[in-house]
Design a protein around this ligand. Structure first.
Ligand SMILES: *[C@@H]1O[C@H](CO)[C@@H](O)[C@H](O)[C@H]1NC(C)=O
Ligand SMILES: *[C@@H]1O[C@H](CO)[C@@H](O)[C@H](O)[C@H]1NC(C)=O
Ligand SMILES: *[C@@H]1O[C@H](CO)[C@@H](O)[C@H](O)[C@H]1NC(C)=O
Length: 305
């Protein structure tokens, strides 16, 4: 009798877990029920239902990652394009998400420290207190992915690179290859600079998900269930990536005080001061030379007299 109960329970357990397929785009999701639903634990009391046919919104992913980190579960998973581009120096925080998975424009760090983010959840203002105002969520319409690939045996054909990269991006992240507008290659640095740019008014394509999934693919472990990696193939040769840096360009430039900018201003001031000093020195020397001429001339004039 006991054996049969155990047997039936075991088959039931196997049955339910086998009924639901895994969530292709989120390895931490649990899928069960009928119809099957895949859910992701965002906090102790919050489970988010997922659409596993699409990339999961970055805000949900970051929240789940923070929750896993806090509860001791494993989370392992070439320059600016324009002057207003910036990188994510803050890294991960526990974000506030809209029900759609979009980031709330204003984010706070437990304490009274708040800041405004773009649609990729990256800080774009100075940090302030609770009274900080963030009018709206500013859209990131352009990301520059600065990828470094591992050593390869044959030289990479730069002319084939754009096609290889854009089709790999479309295949893995379901971002139309038309949005890959530029691919530059520096063979010495093994660096591939990829610009992914959408129309400034487009609010359907979410570049932040693609960038986040790619960062995980390259730097840590994929968020996808299948654990494959991002490996474009150029002329039959696989390109394995070893590093990535992401620049974000928003439809409005960020408003934080850029440290580099202050450095630039200081440099300009120094140059101006140096120029003024040089001018003064030249003037001084010229006047001295005139005086010397004058005093040398004087005796002759006296003699003449
Ligand atoms: C899930 O995502 C796919 C791909 O973007 C989309 O076609 C589909 O409508 C979405 N399903 C739901 C229930 O939102
Ligand atoms: C890929 O994206 C397109 C357009 O954004 C969408 O219609 C389609 O459902 C997506 N497919 C998958 C498998 O996510
Ligand atoms: C938020 O707090 C965490 C931990 O206290 C810190 O590592 C992170 O840099 C902070 N983020 C911001 C944007 O202040």
């Amino acid at each position: 009798m006991k054996f049969w109960i155990a047997f039936i329970l075991a088959t039931l357990a196997v049955g339910t877990s086998a009924q639901c397929p895994n969530c292709a785009t989120m390895k931490w999701a649990t899928c069960d029920g009928s119809p099957c639903q895949c859910k992701l634990q965002l906090s102790d009391d919050m489970k988010q239902q997922l659409n596993c046919s699409a990339l999961i919104p970055k805000c949900f992913l970051m929240k789940a990652e923070m929750h896993r980190a806090i509860t001791g579960q494993s989370t392992r998973t070439g320059g600016k394009p324009v002057e207003s581009a910036f990188v994510d120096n803050d890294g991960i925080y526990d974000p506030d998400c809209e029900t759609t998975g979009a980031f709330r424009a204003k984010q706070c760090n437990n304490t009274d420290t708040c800041w405004c983010v773009n649609s990729a959840g990256v800080r774009r203002t100075d940090k302030g207190d609770k009274n900080l105002k963030c009018d709206k969520l500013v859209e990131t319409y352009w990301v520059r992915l600065q990828l470094t690939h591992k050593e390869v045996s044959n030289p990479v054909d730069a002319n084939q690179l754009k096609t290889a990269i854009s089709s790999a991006i479309q295949l893995r992240y379901n971002i139309s290859s038309n949005l890959v507008t530029d691919v530059d290659y520096d063979p010495k640095a093994r660096m591939i600079v990829v610009d992914v740019k959408k129309e400034m008014t487009d609010r359907n394509t979410d570049l932040s998900r693609m960038a986040y999934y790619m960062e995980k693919d390259v730097k840590i472990l994929p968020l996808f269930y299948d654990q494959a990696t991002f490996t474009p193939v150029v002329n039959g040769q696989q390109l394995n990536m070893e590093n990535i840096l992401v620049y974000y360009v928003d439809v409005d430039p960020p408003t934080f005080t850029m440290k580099k900018l202050t450095g630039g201003i200081i440099a300009v001031i120094v140059v101006v001061i140096l120029a003024v000093l040089a001018g003064l020195v030249v003037l001084f020397l010229a006047r001295r030379r005139d005086q010397q001429k004058y005093s040398k001339a004087e005796p002759r004039e006296l003699n003449d007299m």
